[in-house]
Ligand binder design. Structure first.
Ligand code: HEM
Length: 306
């Protein structure tokens, strides 16, 4: 298995930043009930969105420099003079420019939301900006070899989007939304409703992640033995082990903790369930970060027979 620490860290951070942006859009467009206005809970994801944009700026610049060095076949330190040419004379450069335009749009929308609150059209703009960057990431990865608009690249972009929707929503809910919804003055029913919505969203995103993931694996693994005989296959199995843990936690939330939170909201008793739900979600979020690390490791392996 190949692991070059710096590109690995940059790709993993890029995946995390994209998941945070998609999770924030999902919080504003679905998790929080309509008309949640411009108050505490709806403002809670703001600081994470700003952090995610800063992270994306760093990972985009670092990836551009690394790819330029590879294109020019020079060391990282000697790549600077080739940046302009890489941007204007390579397919990668064209996708990077699209990524830069989407990032600038995200920055503008974030400033608008900071001023006017998370109005729906702006939240949809955040979602479109994130999916555009995901499209460029897929087009410049393994999946883009047959062309950015070919089926493999589009399905891989759908895979990454669904994965960010699942894990990104869990991340934003666990670190920002649920703590804000637990504050005094927020009706218990709102918290219970958002918990059910998170579980529903996670279930739908999981189905999409599985379908597109199986397609990716079918396309890139020539046979079953390559799953354990190739570095690529072993990296995929590592990732799938963490995904399995997320699925078990998701089922426990769906069938035990979310109904428990509903009972707490109706009967105003058993506040311990909400605290347990928060702890379990934070474990889920941590496992999701491991899955993203697994995806970054996978992206660095040459698929068998590729
Ligand atoms: C929470 C669950 C998951 C997350 C967060 C996730 C995330 C990702 C990400 C970010 C990539 C893009 C890597 C890149 O292009 O650099 C990716 C690729 C891939 N994923 Fe997943 N994934 C998940 C579940 C799955 C599942 C369940 C499968 C298989 C059944 C799967 C199979 C694959 C494969 C084969 C690729 C490689 C595509 C390529 O190299 O072009 N993933 N995944």
């Amino acid at each position: 298995m190949t692991l070059d620490p710096i590109p690995f860290a940059v790709t993993a951070m890029d995946h995390v930043a994209l998941a945070l942006v998609v999770g924030t859009a999902a919080a504003w467009l679905y998790l929080l009930p309509a008309g949640h206005g411009n108050n505490g809970p709806s403002r809670a994801p703001m600081s994470v969105l700003v952090l995610a944009l800063a992270l994306l700026a760093f990972t985009s610049a670092a990836d551009l420099l690394a790819r330029t060095a590879a294109l020019a076949d020079v060391s990282l330190g000697a790549a600077w003079p080739y940046l302009g040419r890489a941007l204007t004379h390579s397919d990668y450069g064209g996708f990077w420019q699209l990524r830069a335009v989407a990032w600038t749009g995200l920055l503008g929308l974030t400033l608008f939301i900071a001023w006017c609150g998370p109005v729906r059209v702006a939240a949809w703009g955040i979602a479109v900006g994130a999916v555009t960057i995901i499209f460029t990431a897929s087009a410049t990865g393994h999946a883009g070899d047959d062309g950015a608009l070919a089926l493999p690249a589009l399905i891989n972009a759908l895979h990454i989007t669904a994965a960010c929707l699942w894990g990104g929503s869990v991340l934003i809910y666990a670190i920002r939304l649920l703590p804000a919804l637990q504050r005094p003055g927020i009706p218990a029913q709102i918290l219970a409703q958002t918990a059910m919505r998170l579980s529903t969203l996670a279930g739908a995103a999981l189905a999409m992640v599985l379908a597109t993931g199986i397609y990716n694996a079918w396309r890139l693994l020539p046979d079953w033995p390559s799953l354990w005989e190739s570095g690529y296959g072993r990296a995929l199995m590592l990732k799938l082990a963490a995904v399995a843990v997320m699925m078990v936690i998701g089922a426990a939330n769906r069938f035990f903790l979310v109904p428990g939170v509903g009972r707490w909201a109706r009967q105003n008793s058993g506040g311990g369930t909400v605290r347990l739900f928060l702890r379990v979600l934070r474990v889920d979020a941590a496992v999701f970060l491991l899955v993203l690390a697994g995806a970054a490791l996978l992206g660095m392996q040459a698929p068998p027979g590729h």
